[in-house]
Design a protein around this ligand. Sequence first.
Ligand SMILES: NC(=O)c1ccc[n+]([C@@H]2O[C@H](COP(=O)([O-])OP(=O)(O)OC[C@H]3O[C@@H](n4cnc5c(N)ncnc54)[C@H](OP(=O)(O)O)[C@@H]3O)[C@@H](O)[C@H]2O)c1
Length: 211
Amino acid sequence: MRPRVTVNCAMTADGKLAGRRRRQITISSPDDLARVKDLRRGHDAILVGVGTVLSDDPHLTINETPEENPTRVVLDSNGRTPDNARVLDGRAMTIIATSEDCKREWRNAEVIRAGKGRVDIEILLSRLTEMGIESLLVEGGGEVLWSFFEGGFVDSYSVFVGSMIIGGRTAPTPVDGEGFDDHEALSCKLVECRQLGDGVLLVYEVGNDVG
Ligand SMILES: NC(=O)c1ccc[n+]([C@@H]2O[C@H](COP(=O)([O-])OP(=O)(O)OC[C@H]3O[C@@H](n4cnc5c(N)ncnc54)[C@H](OP(=O)(O)O)[C@@H]3O)[C@@H](O)[C@H]2O)c1
């Protein structure tokens, strides 16, 4: 048993999550930001990689009241999350998932140690299920999304395509990592396509039985 996993991100019209300096840029339209807020509200937990914490320092919250915010989860094998990161602000429960070798602890966070070397996502997902988390929203970045797609853990993928070009061969894209071999490209089923302000929302079902 694992939580239902939804991936959501925003990319530029040339397919980048951010520019070559990997700093956060506003890609979403106001309508899309409102949609993302609703999406977060509908999930038990929101997950990002430590790369996103170090680049963007996101809050990953919806409201001021801690009880109303989904649990925040950071994939951080070696314990690189800074003590002053916003995900540790106490405005929601936070879980930092590390490898078994990492001994670090944080104030305002529970630690789940899963896997050797890198966080083992399958083990993590089963621990989250044991904690009562039934739905997980994965927001990035490109390395973490690759691991979720590669492992076959994604049920739904939504991407907002904003109207800007940023370029840069090293700029992150929604799915980076090693990539699939040509004949192994993952088939998805387009289930929604809608204009939101000056961009477009695309929603796909993902899995072995779609496409
Ligand atoms: N536009 C958007 O919607 C959006 C959303 C989020 C992020 N972003 C952008 O994306 C960029 C950050 O992306 P990123 O790819 O550099 O970082 P990331 O995917 O956020 O984090 C990657 C890091 O997570 C850790 N990790 C732990 N377990 C992992 C596993 N099983 N698989 C993969 N990673 C694992 C690894 O570090 P350790 O080996 O140290 O554990 C890895 O380097 C930033 O530029 C940010 O602005 C954009």
